[in-house]
Design a protein around this ligand. Structure first.
Ligand code: GLP
Length: 246
């Protein structure tokens, strides 16, 4: 269907949404592409502004379109799926999807972490950790903000290593013999602060996903306290629960 049938019992905005939906699915509009302006769609399909808006609203609710205030309406990019049962590094996630990982180091310091972090890592009183904050990119799009404390005594060199172009999990495994084997993490929703919004290139208040917890090595040593913030328009977490027998 490429034209609207005004006598049809199907509302016009539904018909228009259906046309746009199939154009998105068939690749006429590629992920990231900008939709023609409202006025153009009104002329093209001979419908009112209201009909165009309702159709776009519907597709936005389905997640196929995204509105960017002041810039227009765009075709959503497919989200990156992370399995909650799988522990992967950011670099591994990107390479698996044929995206080029890179990082910008925002902060690195050696400090005594806050009590909650020290407890979670099992640090002795006054024991120091390396705080590393990195903005992570896929190709050139900001995807996530990683803020982590690494136990200084376990991997002191991380205070100097190039952590912008190297994977920290790779360094941990290959330079310090610390293979991250499991984690204890919580996922929750938050909204972007002004600073997070600027870094992640989303509007202030945009929904984000926060993963927080500890990463533990094969020998059960606690290595990293992590807080990773993900753009929720680019990520989703999948869960495959099983129903236990009675
Ligand atoms: C994921 C984890 C972070 C970890 C990072 C390491 O993002 N959630 O806790 O610090 O991977 O990534 P890389 O090895 O690419 O530096």
């Amino acid at each position: 269907m490429t034209t609207l049938i005004k006598t049809s019992p199907i509302p016009l905005y539904h018909q228009l949404a259906q046309i746009l939906r199939s154009q998105i699915r068939s690749g006429v509009f590629q992920p990231g592409a900008k939709l023609p302006p409202e006025r153009e769609l009104m002329n093209l399909y001979g419908v009112s502004r209201n009909t165009v808006r309702q159709a776009i609203d519907l597709l936005a609710r389905e997640g196929l379109l995204q509105r960017d205030q002041g810039r227009g309406t765009f075709v959503s990019r497919p989200k990156l799926r992370l399995g909650v049962m799988q522990l992967t590094s950011f670099t591994e996630d990107m390479l698996e999807r044929n995206l080029k990982p890179s990082s910008k180091l925002l902060r690195r310091s050696i400090e005594i972490p806050p009590e909650q972090v020290a407890d979670a890592l099992g640090l002795a009183p006054g024991e120091k950790a390396i705080l590393i904050e990195r903005l992570r990119f896929a190709d050139d799009t900001p995807m996530a903000l990683n803020t982590s404390y690494f136990v200084l005594a376990l991997c002191p060199g991380l205070a100097q290593e190039d952590v912008e172009s190297q994977s920290i999990y790779w360094l941990l495994e290959n330079k310090y013999g610390l293979r991250i084997a499991r984690a204890e993490q919580t996922i929750r929703a938050t909204s972007a602060s002004h600073q997070e919004a600027v870094l992640l290139a989303v509007p202030p208040g945009a929904p984000l996903l926060v993963v927080e917890g500890v990463a533990i090595a094969e020998d059960e040593r606690r290595v990293e306290y992590l807080r990773s913030i993900y753009r929720s328009d680019r990520y989703e977490f999948t869960v495959n629960p099983i129903r236990l027998p009675l």
